[in-house]
Design a binder for this molecule. Structure first.
Ligand code: ADP
Ligand code: MG
Length: 476
């Protein structure tokens, strides 16, 4: 069996031609059987060479135009002369358990110590084993090889490997969530890259923002059918940053139907989001329930050791010499996300290249001072915290500050209090004043609530880190 399957489009093409042509013409020429699909092509079998030459001339372009209308893709048509009967077509490839497990090992060699095994790749054939060129929508370097696994992300990473090995089977759909720069896109694309290399799955990667833009374009140009077909025809759909879909009602509706079509066909669907789905606002309930189906895994900020390991790996892959003490210095000072970690390293490497001097501890400290900042940000105002938190939860600033005590407002308000306690020098009395003239015990109670919730719900930590970053970046 092939990974590309355009049979449904062929069937519909046939249906439509049947109604467009006279009965006689159709009966005469459409003695064709669907044989197989390749990448962007289908093969149809016909009774004889004469017949083949005739239909090629008469109908090939017509059929291709129909396939394009239906699938949104340029699918070429080839005709072959039918073999007598195909009773013994050896289409199922032989089992390759050994080959599959050794390549699994290759894929994770420098990464995790543990991984899920037992996933067999039954779609692989001999010819597919050769290296495929890179996928046009995926970053080449976002692989499992380049992904450092620590205790903060091992569950997500192992699930990701299992999915790449067995798309549509193991965990479908899968939602990877976590704060900015923690590796969501990297992990998602690593799944895509591995499935693409090993199985040649038809993979579509797109950000939710571009999905929305494409959909809007399709409506504008009356090409929604192409749009639908394109997405519903994927073996694996990767949609990055679904928090962007909040308030985009029509796109949500479209994605809901795309989801159902793919899910029913056992095609793998993967999403990423910057927060747990339960914290998304302005999302239709039925789409939310689809996101929550299957497996939801979170990425936490890396520990100090993992940060060191990530930096060492990046240093290695760039082939530069950065002493260990400097790696430790960066890892100690930047804890919130991997992107910042990388940026600091890049900055140092650029500095070393420009000045043609090796990086010393002193120059590193000096260069990175503005990136690190001081742990207590005295210049952050409570107003900034309130505005950022209110916006994040789609509340008004006035409501967050004010007296209303509904659950939808209390929790964000308590979170804002908690963050203010963490990153400013204000006392609980001063904070109480700033939060609608409340007593300092209210502030203490609020912070306590958040602390309790943090214990039960570790993912809240990444929400807090994200908010903290937004707050610190607010005025810059
Ligand atoms: P997100 O999508 O969560 O915002 P990205 O996937 O874009 O984050 O990751 C930000 C950067 O950090 C990327 O360059 C990525 O390669 C790197 N990165 C994140 N996590 C890891 C990790 N565990 N190992 C190696 N690099 C990582
Ligand atoms: Mg991302």
């Amino acid at each position: 069996m092939g990974t590309w399957d355009y049979n449904i489009f062929w069937k519909e093409t046939l249906n439509q031609l049947k109604s467009e042509l006279s009965e006689q013409e159709f009966a005469m020429w459409f003695n064709m059987d669907y044989e197989t699909s390749g990448e962007q092509s289908v093969v149809l079998s016909v009774p004889s060479a004469f017949y083949r030459d005739q239909v090629k001339q008469r109908y090939q372009s017509k059929i291709e135009a129909k396939l394009f209308d239906l699938s949104g893709q340029h699918i070429g048509v080839d005709f072959e002369v039918r073999q007598r009967r195909k009773e013994d077509s050896p289409k199922a490839p032989a089992k390759e358990a050994a080959a599959a497990s050794s390549s699994l090992h290759d894929a994770v060699e420098s990464g995790p110590k543990v991984y899920l095994s037992g996933a067999s790749s039954h779609h692989r054939t001999e010819s597919q084993k050769t290296e495929r060129s890179s996928h046009p929508q995926l970053r080449k370097d976002y692989t499992f090889d380049n992904f450092v696994i620590g205790e903060n992300n091992s569950f997500a990473a192992n699930a990701a490997i299992a999915i790449a090995k067995n798309p549509g089977v193991a965990y479908n759909p899968c939602l990877i969530y976590g704060g900015v720069g923690l590796g969501k896109t990297h992990l998602m694309q690593a799944i895509g890259n591995l499935s693409w290399q090993e199985k040649g799955c038809k993979i579509i990667y797109i950000t939710a923002e571009n999905f929305t833009n494409e959909f809007v374009e399709a409506i504008k140009n009356s090409t929604t059918q192409h749009f639908k077909n394109k997405y519903r025809n994927a073996d694996m759909l990767l949609i990055d940053d679904i928090h962007f879909l909040q308030k985009k009602n029509e796109t949500q509706e479209e994605l809901f139907h795309t989801f159902n079509a793919l899910y029913d066909a056992n095609k793998q669907i993967i999403f990423t989001c910057d927060r747990p789905v339960s914290e998304l606002k302005n999302l239709s309930e039925r789409l939310r329930s689809r996101f929550e189906r299957g497996l939801n895994v979170d990425l936490q900020p890396p520990s100090y050791e993992t940060r060191c390991a990530i930096l060492s790996k990046k240093v290695e892959s760039r082939g530069v010499a950065i002493p260990h003490e400097i790696i430790n210095l960066i890892a100690k000072n930047i804890s919130s996300n991997v992107r910042d970690l990388e940026a600091s390293l890049t900055k140092l490497i650029a500095y070393a290249e420009l000045t043609k001097k090796p990086v010393t501890l002193e120059t590193a400290q000096q260069q990175l001072r503005d990136t690190f900042g001081s742990p207590k940000q005295n210049n952050v105002t409570i107003e900034t915290i309130q505005k950022v938190v209110a916006e994040y939860f789609s509340l008004s600033y006035a409501d967050l500050k004010g007296k209303k005590r509904t659950k939808a407002i209390s929790f964000p308000r308590q979170l804002a209090m908690y963050i203010a306690r963490e990153i400013t020098e204000y006392s609980t009395t001063e904070l109480g004043m700033e939060f609608g003239g409340r007593d300092h015990t209210t502030v203490m109670h609020g912070c306590q609530k958040i602390e309790e919730r943090l214990k039960a719900e570790p993912s809240l930590e990444s929400t807090i880190m994200k908010l903290t970053k937004l707050i610190k970046d607010y005025n810059s």
